[in-house]
Structure formats: C-alpha cells, structure tokens
Design a protein around this ligand. Structure first.
Ligand SMILES: [Zn+2]
Length: 282
C-alpha cells in the first residue's frame, strides 16, 4: 500500500511522532492587529496553550517516557520563556515556526527573510543551537522559504503533503527532507472554533475527534508507515481531549512495536544511507 516503504530502527513495525504547534496568542494578534489587546477572550484562549496545556502534555510525556517535537514562533518563545525552559529541560525538540505566525505569502521575500532571521536569533539564544526543522504557519510554504531552509542547513521541513512517508525534496538550491503532515491528523478541523478568524466549526466530542487520529494510526501501523498528529495545545491540550489522546498513546506504547521519536530523529533516520527515499522535484 505504501509506494516506498521505510525500514524503521530497532525492527519496529511503524514510526510515530506527536507534534504540537504552540501558536499561543499570535493568532488573534495577526487577525486583529489594530485592537487585539482589547480581545481578552481570544488572547486568553491562546495563552491557555503555553501556560496550562503544555505543562499537562509534558507531564504525560514524562510518565510515558516520550521525547517529541514542539514548533514555536520566535515571538512566542520570547514571551513564554518558562514554557521554552520546561520543554528543553525534558529533552524535547523545538522547531522553527516563523517569527509571529505570519503567513510567508503576506510579505515580500526581503521582509520574510528578516522575520525568519529574527526567529533564528531567538532559537539560538534560548536553545543554544540552530533549529533543525521548520513548519510553515498554516502549512503555507513557498519556494523562497524552501531555498532559505536549505541555505540555513535545515535538516527537514514539515509543511508539504505529497506522500504518507518522509520524502526527499529536490530544489535548485539543494535537498531537504520533507516530513509530511495532512489534514486528517490536524486538530483544527475537529476542535477549533474561532470567530475572530472566521473559523466557526461544529466541535466534535473528544472521543470522536481523537478517534479520527486513531484510525489514521491504525492504517499507518498496519502498513509500516509514519503517524504524525499536528496538534495545538490550546485545542488538544484541553483536559478531556488530552485525556483521550493520552489513553491512545498508552495503548500504542503497550504494544511496543512503534518507534516514537522527535522529528529531528525521524529526519536523521530518513537521511541515513540505508533508506531510499522517494524524490519530489519542486
Ligand atoms: Zn502554527
């Protein structure tokens, strides 16, 4: 069923990585730049992510022995330093997720390069190293950004959707590992309800919403694939939803035949000489 299967380390049948994008209150600040400060409900909904949900998620990861990946805009890192510290203390990866969740399509290349660099500086000063991976806000990846990632020696991107498994992107500037998300494992469709950005969806119950991720996992595992939920702490980090997700993680870990790793380790494995990746030219 998979076009170009990958053998996973330690003889594991499939691979998985739970990723969280900590956008916090950048979303309302971008949507309503004139008066975001007055919109306390929307700001508080975003702040719930780094302040309440992330400690809950880290607690689960500690209990289950998982090391995973978080993507953070540089502005969020600067404004929530305790969150950054807690994530790093437990050995998780923090990936580049723009400066303040701006859409690369909204700016000139020069402006985008400046904002990208500003976030790089924050990453280096707060984590002590360059980020290895990038995910574009709202998956809005541009050719200019791919070039920028290659020039900055990023190992991987996680925004494009051309396969079920990691693949190799070949561009004029060089190569990049792509670790593909897709909307079936993203928590915006089942759980987001955000009037200020015209995203008013009927919210699914925690078990219904998480069940769609579980069905994605089941097929991925059956065929030796890769499962990567793209979650947001202010959505799936809510109590009942996270408890559903936690129960699912407990069940998977009990089976013992899934390789859980942060995306930088998934990408490093995909890049190893004994893995033959499918190539996409862009
Ligand atoms: Zn985001």
């Amino acid at each position: 069923m998979l076009l170009n299967p990958i053998n996973w380390p330690d003889g594991k049948k499939s691979a998985a990585s739970v990723t969280f994008d900590i956008d916090a209150d950048t979303l309302i600040r971008n949507a309503c730049p004139e008066d975001a400060e007055l919109r306390l409900q929307a700001i508080s909904m975003g702040r719930y992510g780094p302040t309440v949900a992330v400690p809950r998620i880290l607690d689960t990861y500690r209990r289950l022995g998982l090391t995973q990946t978080f993507f953070m805009p540089g502005w969020v890192m600067q404004n929530y330093p305790d969150t950054v510290e807690a994530i790093l203390k437990d050995g998780h990866e923090i990936g580049h997720h723009s400066w303040a969740h701006e859409d690369p399509m909204d700016h000139s290349d020069d402006k985008e390069a400046e904002l990208f660099g500003r976030a790089m500086d924050v990453h280096i000063s707060m984590t002590g190293r360059k980020p290895r991976g990038y995910r574009a806000p709202i998956y809005s990846l541009t050719p200019a950004m791919v070039k920028r990632l290659i020039e900055h020696e990023f190992l991987y991107d996680s925004s494009m959707m051309a396969d079920d498994l990691p693949y190799l992107v070949k561009a004029e500037a060089g190569n990049l590992i792509e670790i593909p998300p897709h909307w079936g494992t993203d928590d915006w469709p089942p759980f987001a309800h955000f009037g200020e950005i015209d995203y008013l969806m009927p919210i699914r119950s925690p078990s219904d919403g998480i069940r769609s991720f579980i069905e994605e996992f089941d097929a991925s595992h059956e065929f030796g694939g890769f499962w990567m939920p793209v979650l947001h702490p202010f959505l799936t980090g809510r109590l009942a939803r996270w408890r559903e997700m936690e129960k699912h993680l407990e069940r998977i870990l009990e089976s013992g035949d899934v390789w859980f790793a942060p995306l930088e380790d998934i990408a490093a494995h995909a890049k190893s000489p004994d893995v033959r990746l499918r190539v996409e030219n862009i």
